[in-house]
Design a protein around this ligand. Structure first.
Ligand SMILES: *Cc1c(COP(=O)(O)O)cnc(C)c1O
Length: 461
């Protein structure tokens, strides 16, 4: 598969280069030149197949010829071997809905599903090239620990992770800062997640720094993450009756990586009725959907911090595909958007967006009452991100297709919100409760590009 940039000004690359490049050299994001198709017969043949093998077969056309089918199989098997559930992404009933439990990886959020594979892919490719990289990432909470867990002690990788100081939960912070591996470096930034993300983007934009440090990305701007996430749309659809029945998905959304993977699965032939984009009160996506104008607003902290986002970076991939892949035009529009903070979507793009997607939001109050009601009715505890999805799904008009809600984190990752909602404390799993007795390692820096770059230079020496 060959890949092009959403801004039309970067070289066409193959998968392994896209993997290591992260952001394209023109500031855009890489997407495959075309969507590989999975036929109905192929879909049928994937039913009841182990997750790692579905991943191998779904991802093969996207990673070839860079990575052979056999190698890919080794990597997917290793990536999913240490999940705490042998189905990797089990589907359970929740009243009239289905929950896709994506939180059985080592750090208890859905980020593990992509990042465990990414760690394997990086290690394989770096060894093959006899190369070293410096991964810099920004996290609103869950990416950080998942990336750290996937990359710790891997040869050839230094990992620098930025998080917004005081804006990630205590458990999320501990999951990052208590890792002892010497190739892991945490920096808490005085600012928001968007500030952290802008710092990372700015480092990538500096050509000289980027090549000197061999920068690589683990944020969902990295195509391999989106690709890896498309697999559980396939396995879920199959469990719920595909290819003979259509399925809808409701996706708690921040950077648009997860739901972009759903769009990709749909383009590849998975019968998806609707993709419901669920936001918290940081609702740029549902406002855009409603008004046709994307306008930036300051981020306000919420109970679902992994979705506290001003601009969703992966939305660019969708806009590119919906606007007939006119990269140069998109680049101009992005420049204008960065300058003015407003983007009026083209009416054709908006029309297609509204046929494939629904976008809606849930307030913190709705999240708390959803956690409480789900617990009362079913005994199931859900985390605040998943609750955004459930709350939004409950307000959708009835449909003949099954509605699968992505459960993106384990409730134990956000015990404060869950306890506030249900009024009773619950026991943390031992993997999480033991963290508070460990030493933390973290630097603190202001929101200043030069200081952050100095620190990256230091740790990679
Ligand atoms: C990252 C994250 C999200 C948002 O996912 P995107 O792919 O960024 O849209 C939602 N919920 C949880 C728990 C997350 O960690």
């Amino acid at each position: 598969m060959r890949y092009e940039s959403t801004r039309g000004g970067a070289p066409i690359l193959e998968f392994s280069d896209v993997l290591l490049e992260g952001l394209a050299s023109d500031g855009g994001l890489y997407v495959p030149k075309q969507w590989p198709l999975i036929t109905k017969t192929e879909l049928r043949s994937l039913a009841n197949v182990p997750y790692a093998e579905v991943a191998q077969r779904v991802l093969a056309p996207l990673v070839g010829p860079s990575i052979s089918f056999e190698t890919l199989g080794d990597l997917t098997h290793r990536a999913y071997a240490n999940f705490r559930h042998d189905e990797v992404a089990p589907v359970v009933e929740l009243g009239e809905f289905f929950l896709v439990e994506l939180h059985w990886g080592p750090t208890f959020s859905f980020k593990d599903i992509a990042l465990q594979l990414l760690g394997q892919l990086f290690e394989y490719e770096l060894e093959r090239r006899d190369k070293k990289i410096t991964i810099v990432g920004a996290t609103s909470g869950d990416t950080g620990s998942a990336a750290i867990e996937a990359c710790k002690d891997r040869a050839g990788i230094e990992l620098v992770m930025l998080h917004p100081k005081g804006r990630v939960s205590e458990i999320q912070r501990l999951q990052m800062t208590t890792v002892e591996s010497l190739n892991i470096h945490n920096i808490a930034i005085d600012g928001t997640f968007d500030d952290c993300q802008d710092l990372v983007k700015a480092m990538f934009a500096q050509e000289k720094f980027r090549s000197e440090m061999s920068l690589a990305a683990v944020n969902s701007i990295n195509w391999a993450r989106v690709a890896a996430q498309s697999v559980y749309y396939v396995t879920t659809a199959l469990k719920l009756g595909a290819p003979d029945r259509k399925v809808s998905f409701c996706v708690p959304t921040g950077n648009f990586g997860n739901v972009m993977a759903g769009y990709m699965a749909s383009q590849m032939g998975v019968p998806i009725e609707r993709l419901v984009v669920a936001s918290n009160h940081n609702d740029i996506l549902s406002r855009t959907y409603e008004t046709g104008t994307m306008s930036m607003e300051p981020v306000r902290p919420s109970l679902s911090p992994a979705m506290d986002i001003q601009v969703s970076s992966n939305f660019e991939r969708l806009l590119f595909d919906l606007s007939e892949r006119k990269g140069r035009e998109l680049a101009e529009q992005f420049k204008e958007f960065r300058r003015s903070g407003n983007w009026v979507l083209n009416s054709e793009v908006l029309k297609t967006l509204r046929t494939k997607f629904i976008a809606d939001k849930a307030s913190d109050e709705q999240v708390l009452s959803t956690i409480r009601q789900v617990h009362q009715k079913t005994g199931v505890l859900v985390d605040p991100h998943t609750a955004v999805g459930i709350s939004v799904a409950e307000r959708q008009p009835p449909s003949s297709s099954a509605m699968a809600i992505m459960s993106t984190a384990h409730p134990a990752k956000f015990p404060d919100a869950v306890t506030e909602a249900t009024g009773s404390a619950f026991n943390l799993p031992p993997e999480l409760s033991s963290l508070s007795s460990l030493d933390e390692r973290c630097d603190f820096l202001p929101n200043n590009l030069n200081l952050v770059m100095d620190r990256v230079r230091e740790v990679t020496k």
